[in-house]
Design a protein around this ligand. Structure first.
Ligand code: FUL
Length: 692
């Protein structure tokens, strides 16, 4: 009896292990990433540094005739850039070896328009070399931005230029060690200096560069290098259609290898695409790519950078974050501080994976094999994965956290070496004995992170609800990220509706309307509310879990603007001037300076000042520097009550507050006399009055 039992056990074991051996790995589902693409995907975040003659001319794009003598960064220190990038969590740096103006940051043999004729280091400097060396020292990968468009070169537009372009590329790919990425900007052709021709040259970006040949050259010189190209030929990575720092929530790492690529394809990828072209989210830590002193107050804050993180890496993209270099050759201290604090916040958020090695159960396991079991998704290894039978396209995996546990982030990764598969999934949690849906989402890809208000649950259930092929999940993470408590933003629209918010998901808000300091016992914000007329709104962000609150956010609103009317302006969009939203702006362009902005306040008020917020956008225009301010009772007889300048508004376009001797009137006129750019544009984000 005993013996036959033993035989049976051995037999069962053998047959199950034979069975196990027979369970094959899932076949690839559509296109898969190359090793080079995998490497860059796993880097997750890397930096850009923008530095060129533009840095010295306060321009975005140089024309190509800027004097090389301007380039003299007396404190240039690529080691500072590398250290900051490293401490900001970046794994590599891509330097603008040549931007559109054609100025080369290395002493290229093929042009005089380079560092070799600049005063910096008496023409003996090589910024590309210093960058490459600093990257090596700090264990960062090194990449090259080489603008195909060259507004300096006399041959641009002619076939000869292609030889020049490839010669420069060859220099960069041979003399500076391993290059992980080359970046070919999409801006191609237009007006320029072109060796003195000063004309407009148009090219066909799909044919002019003969990209196939250029790609072959890159592959030969740098076999491990990926190509970013927004021009004719498909590269390894794609632009995501915006420089604001986000890719679509649905994000396929696929495109078609040939044919037109519209904005939707860039932003969301193409589910049916026949080539792996992963998304790279490029944005700058400031509004612009190059350094402009007037952006010193506009450096992205930690919560804004966290948003960027969730909207790039958290959505199956890589994150390419730019640091502009100042004219002295260093990164600005605010950029440094925010970048490093951001990296700390990311680290803190994902420090402890609550799901790691917890008991996991799946609704279906491929061939019932341990090798593809649910445990593989929570074992912390990227080489193992949970997989289902081929015909199973919907499946769920439940993780038992063992006890009621608080969390607010969910991270999931597909094993993309076998293709990107999942089209839709949902997340549920077992809270007090019943299942509660936390989130629904679409694609996963290499990595997807969901944010939601903290929940205390004993189990988490991840369900794939739609998939191209059977799901293959390499990793699941559950985290309780600290809630970052920042003073909330408070906005009131023209009809008097107040909105309170921050970038984070999780905090709740409490507010007061009579000037007292808000606490967790004040009124709880449950959505926009009405608060018309003169009122002080003070609010805090509050984390119910840690019971901590943020510093107080405050807005002092003046009289109601409900009945205000812009006089003599037919453009409906002009209403943005009084909509309370600092991000919306209207420009007056139809007349010459001085330009009048007349507002009918609907009633007479005793006023003692006014406020003007200039255009806050990236390409801000019409920033008024010199003004006069009038009031009237009848829109005919005007009385001058104030005049002067908005000092330092170019460098610091903050809200301008002007006070004058109190006066009672119904109409106001803000007259723009001059703006920062000396043209006939007046831009207004907000205009308001201060009453007694
Ligand atoms: C853009 C360029 O035109 C900008 O100047 C910048 O280099 C950015 C990264 O790409 O398209």
């Amino acid at each position: 009896m005993k013996r036959s039992f033993l035989y049976a056990v051995i037999l069962a074991f053998l047959s199950s292990s034979i069975g196990m051996a027979q369970v094959k790995i899932p076949a690839a589902c559509g296109p898969t990433p190359s090793e080079n693409q995998m490497r860059v995907q796993e880097m997750e975040s890397y930096a850009f540094v923008h530095f060129s003659l533009n840095t010295y001319t306060d321009q975005s794009w140089g024309f190509g005739n800027e004097d090389v003598k301007l380039f003299n960064p007396e404190k240039a220190d690529c080691r500072q850039w590398a250290r900051i990038c490293k401490e900001s969590g970046m794994k590599g740096i891509i330097i603008t070896a040549k931007h559109h103006c054609g100025f080369s940051l290395w002493p290229s043999k093929y042009t005089e328009y380079s560092v070799k004729n600049a005063p910096w280091k008496n023409g003996k400097g090589d910024m590309v070399r210093e960058m490459a060396d600093a990257c090596k020292e700090y264990g960062l990968k090194f990449g090259i931005y080489l603008s195909p468009w060259d507004r300096n070169h006399p041959d641009y537009g002619k076939p000869e230029y292609i030889t020049y372009f490839r010669n420069q590329l060859t220099e960069l790919l041979t003399n500076y060690g391993e290059v992980f990425e080359v970046w070919f900007d999409g801006a191609n052709g237009g007006d320029g200096y072109y060796g003195g021709a000063n004309e407009t040259r148009k090219i066909d970006a799909t044919t002019y560069y003969d990209w196939k040949k250029t790609y072959a050259l890159i592959h030969k010189l740098q076999p491990k290098c990926v190509i970013w190209n927004d021009g004719g030929e498909r590269g390894d990575l794609r632009w995501v259609g915006t420089e604001e720092g986000s890719v679509g929530e649905t994000n396929w790492s696929l495109l078609n290898a040939t044919g037109e690529v519209g904005w939707n394809m860039l932003h969301f990828g193409l589910e049916t695409g026949n080539a792996w072209v992963m998304a790279e989210v490029n944005t700058s830590i400031r509004p612009e790519w190059f350094y402009h002193p007037n952006e010193d107050t506009k450096v992205k804050t930690v919560p804004q950078l966290m948003d960027l993180y969730y909207h790039s890496i958290g959505r199956n993209g890589t994150m390419l974050l730019n640091y502009p270099i100042m004219p002295n050759g260093l990164i600005h201290p605010t950029d440094e501080k925010n970048g490093i604090e951001f990296a700390k916040a990311v680290k803190e958020s994902f420090a402890v994976n609550i799901a790691l090695n917890k008991k996991a159960k799946a609704s279906n396991v491929r061939g019932k094999s341990v090798k593809f079991g649910a445990a593989m998704a929570v074992d912390g290894k990227k080489s193992t994965y949970w997989a289902t039978d081929d015909n199973t396209k919907t499946a769920s995996l439940t993780i038992d956290l063992g006890k009621p546990t608080l969390f607010n982030r969910f991270l999931v990764q597909e094993y993309i070496r076998l293709g990107q598969r999942v089209k839709a999934f949902k997340l549920e949690a077992l809270v007090d004995g019943s299942w509660k849906e936390l989130a629904k989402a679409t694609t996963i890809g290499y990595k997807r992170i969901l944010r939601f208000p903290a929940v205390k649950a004993t189990q988490v259930r991840f369900s794939v609800t739609d998939s191209k092929c059977s799901p293959v999940i390499s990793s699941i993470g559950v985290y309780n990220a600290p809630v970052f408590l920042y003073a909330p933003a408070i906005i009131r629209n023209q009809s008097g509706q107040v909105t309170i918010n921050t970038n984070d998901i999780g905090p709740i808000f409490y507010y007061t309307l009579e000037g007292s300091e808000p606490t967790a016992n004040s009124t709880k914000y449950t959505g926009p509310f009405q608060a018309d007329g003169k009122v002080v709104v003070k609010a805090i962000s509050y984390d119910p879990t840690s019971r901590k609150s943020s510093p107080v956010g405050m807005e002092k609103f003046d009289i109601s603007r409900k009945n205000w009317k812009l006089v003599g302006i037919n453009d409906e969009k002009a209403a943005t001037i009084i909509d309370g939203d600092p991000a919306s702006v209207w420009h007056q362009r139809d007349v010459k300076m001085p330009m009048d902005l007349v507002i009918d306040l609907g009633n007479s008020y005793k006023m003692s000042g006014f406020r003007y917020l200039p255009d806050q956008n990236k390409w801000s225009a019409g920033i008024i520097t010199t003004y006069t301010f009038y009031v009237s009772d009848d829109n005919e007889n005007w009385k001058l009550v104030d005049q002067g300048e908005f000092s330092n508004i170019k460098n610091n376009p903050l809200i301008q507050i002007k006070n004058f001797t109190p006066v009672t009137a119904r109409f106001i006129k803000l007259q723009a006399i001059k703006n920062t750019s000396g043209d006939n544009v007046a831009g207004y984000a907000e205009v308001d009055v201060i009453t007694e």
